[in-house]
Design a protein around this ligand. Structure first.
Ligand SMILES: O=C(CCC(O)(O)[C@H](Cc1ccccc1)NC(=O)c1ccccc1)N[C@@H](Cc1ccccc1)C(=O)O
Ligand SMILES: [Zn+2]
Length: 610
């Protein structure tokens, strides 16, 4: 047949080998910087990134010299299709250098941001009377609170309205506000790169990963189906917060002040479980106290997670994982604490970097990160261009699916993290409520993050109104408001890792929908009977086999085919029915609780709580 195709196939073999070597060197320098934020490591990373870009440009030139669209073999065609998108390496060297420099420096600003303790804040205002400034400088030394674990713990534990408002504002002043100018330039350079790849803007280039020309309307349809769940949870939690903080702080038909929900971005509301749960007095579902009491270590948490994966017959972590991973925050250097899972492209070296705190929330995150590693291991034999998730949402869903089983009271009891279970309808409602505070509360945030970013990349949102637009979306979708006035001097999106980290976010919204499709499919494969929320796939080799079949594909097939395999042919789409089925008993209960109250929220100024 077509000689070009045989030559093209040869080219891909040599490319694959070189790509894995270049990728290893690039990931290693990225790892060195992320785990030790020094100027030297930043310079090494920037140099290595330019070398990697040259290699990609060379490969792209060769690949696009083939008439690959006429190739007969679908896999060969797909490999060339992926190679034909060069990415930011398409930028002229000077612009690429500037883009990488801005990117590394925004990541550094975010990851090393510190704030002063609230108590100190009170003292400083008292100090302002006398101009004894040497004292204030000594106070500066105590301004060492970082996001993980310090500020995260305060937001979970404190129930002091003013302390929470102080911490909420101080974090934004020290992270987002500081990178606004750099982000504006970053957007320009990103769009230059996107246009050089034939896309209208970087948002369009990001959406390419979903290989669907109905992606935006599919997302909007999912949100329309999920909004009633969110509105009912929001109305119930708002009522509970009003009784706690007073109706002078929160209007019964207004948005919820964003700093009261136990999380810096109000993206999960697990922090309010204790004082809002439907049936108080039942055994707590937050096993953090037991973990601390048992002197559990980060390593124990990783072993618990790995054991769940191997109980399904999935792959265990290889030796380099245990040797090179960084699973605790170092005390002698600055690192990027935001968790991540790394593939060093050589089929052997895989690592997690996580500033693990001994909490249930972090046990769930360990499963999330290990899910990424499992996916890496499952598709390790694919060509390098297919060593990706079927779509980015698939990659985010793997660990979360297993965590849905781990979180069940039955499983927590089985691993001695829960002493007794309230195995009755009220206990079930409490359980569903605790999962809803993680999963349902997240949905609008998971959606709006890239609605905002796509708006910036496309120019629909001008750089002069970035923060105003952010709070309009935060009001419209999440029904939250800022406790202190926000202006265009601020840059609140920049206070969330994925903005300075330039990590797309719609993948998490997709994941939170499809992980329940996966859970339902794996529970059926495991022979589970009864309500979906009671399913625990632990030790089911059948469930493990089905999951492995899907994960081994990597991105070698469009994600719609992977979805068809997972659901046994039922669907090839994202489907909200399983998440709605999972939470149904809770939704009925919440509707009953809310029947004499207002659902939804209004406010005439998104930039300050009414
Ligand atoms: O950001 C994360 C977890 C980090 C990660 O595992 O998704 C990480 C983010 C990251 C870090 C550096 C560079 C790129 C992305 N993603 C990965 O490690 C990753 C991404 C793609 C493939 C393989 C691994 N979760 C999100 C959303 C989320 C997910 C699940 C539960 C709660 C919240 C958040 O915290 O807002
Ligand atoms: Zn992830």
């Amino acid at each position: 047949d077509n000689p070009d195709e045989a030559e093209g196939f040869e080219f891909l073999q040599t490319y694959d080998k070189r790509a894995s070597q270049e990728c290893y060197l690039s990931v290693l320098s990225n790892w060195a910087y992320a785990t030790n934020l020094t100027e030297e490591n930043k310079q090494n990373l920037l140099e290595r990134s330019l070398v990697y870009a040259e290699f990609q440009k060379e490969a792209w030139k060769n690949a696009t010299s083939f008439a690959w669209k006429q190739f007969k073999n679908p896999s060969t065609r797909r490999l060339f299709k992926f190679l034909s998108i060069l990415g930011t390496a398409a930028l002229p060297t000077e612009k690429l250098k500037e883009l990488n420099e801005i990117s590394a420096s925004m990541e550094d600003t975010y990851s090393t941001s510190k704030i002063c303790p609230y108590s100190l804040q009170v003292v400083i205002t008292d100090e302002s009377e006398n101009l004894d400034d040497d004292k204030s400088s000594s106070e500066e030394e105590n301004c060492t609170l970082s996001l993980e674990p310090d500020i995260t713990r305060i937001l979970k534990k404190s129930q002091n309205y003013d302390e929470l408002a102080y911490v909420w504002k101080a974090w934004r002043d020290s992270s987002g506000k500081k990178i606004r100018k750099r982000y504006e330039r970053f957007v320009e350079l990103s769009n230059d790169a996107a246009r050089l790849n034939g896309f209208a803007d970087m948002g369009e280039m990001w959406r390419e990963s979903y290989e669907s020309d109905t992606f935006l309307e599919d997302l909007e349809n999912l949100w329309k189906q999920l909004l009633p769940l969110y509105e009912n949870l929001h109305a119930y939690v708002r009522r509970k917060l009003i009784s706690k903080y007073g109706n002078d702080k929160i209007r019964p038909d207004g948005p919820i002040p964003a700093h009261l929900l136990g999380n810096m971005w109000a993206q999960d509301w697990a922090g309010v479980q204790e004082f809002t749960e439907p049936y108080p007095g039942k055994p707590s579902l937050d096993v953090t106290p037991q973990m601390v009491e048992q002197n559990m270590t980060a390593l124990d948490m990783f072993n618990i997670s790995e054991e769940f994966f191997s109980s399904l017959g999935l792959k265990e972590m290889p030796p380099p994982f245990w040797e090179h991973s960084v699973i605790e925050k170092p005390t002698d250097r600055e690192i990027v604490c935001h968790a991540s899972a790394w593939d060093f492209c050589n089929g052997k070296d895989y690592r997690i970097k996580q500033c693990t705190d001994i909490t249930m929330q972090d046990l769930i995150t360990v499963h999330h990160e290990m899910g990424h590693i499992e996916y890496y291991l499952q598709y390790a034999d694919q060509p390098s261009l297919f060593r990706e998730g079927a779509n980015p949402g698939f990659h985010e869903a793997v660990g979360d699916v297993l965590a849905l089983s781990v979180s069940t009271p039955k499983h927590l009891k089985a691993i001695s993290l829960l002493n007794e279970i309230a195995d009755d309808p009220e206990g079930d409602i409490n359980y569903l409520y605790s999962i809803a505070l993680d999963k349902i509360s997240f949905l609008p945030f998971g959606y709006l993050m890239d609605l905002w970013r796509w708006g910036i990349f496309s120019g629909n949102t001008s750089v002069e109104e970035m923060n105003t637009k952010w709070w309009e979306l935060r009001l419209k979708y999440q029904g939250v408001c800022p406790p202190v006035k926000r202006t265009e001097e601020d840059f609140d999106p920049g206070a969330k890792y994925h903005i300075p980290g330039n990590t797309p976010y719609i993948r998490y919204f997709v994941s939170f929908v499809i992980q329940f499709q996966f859970h339902k499919a794996l529970c059926e494969a495991a022979g589970h009977e009864g309500p979906l929320y009671k399913c625990d796939i632990y030790q089911s080799k059948e469930a493990g086999k089905l999951l492995s079949q899907v994960l081994q594909l990597g991105s070698s097939k469009p994600w719609t085919e992977a979805m068809k395999i997972m659901t046994g042919g039922k669907t090839n789409k994202m489907d909200a029915a399983p998440i709605i089925e999972y939470f149904d008993p809770l939704i009925q209960w919440l509707k009953e609780q809310n029947k004499n109250y207002t659902l939804g929220w209004t406010s005439n100024d998104p930039t300050i709580c009414p």
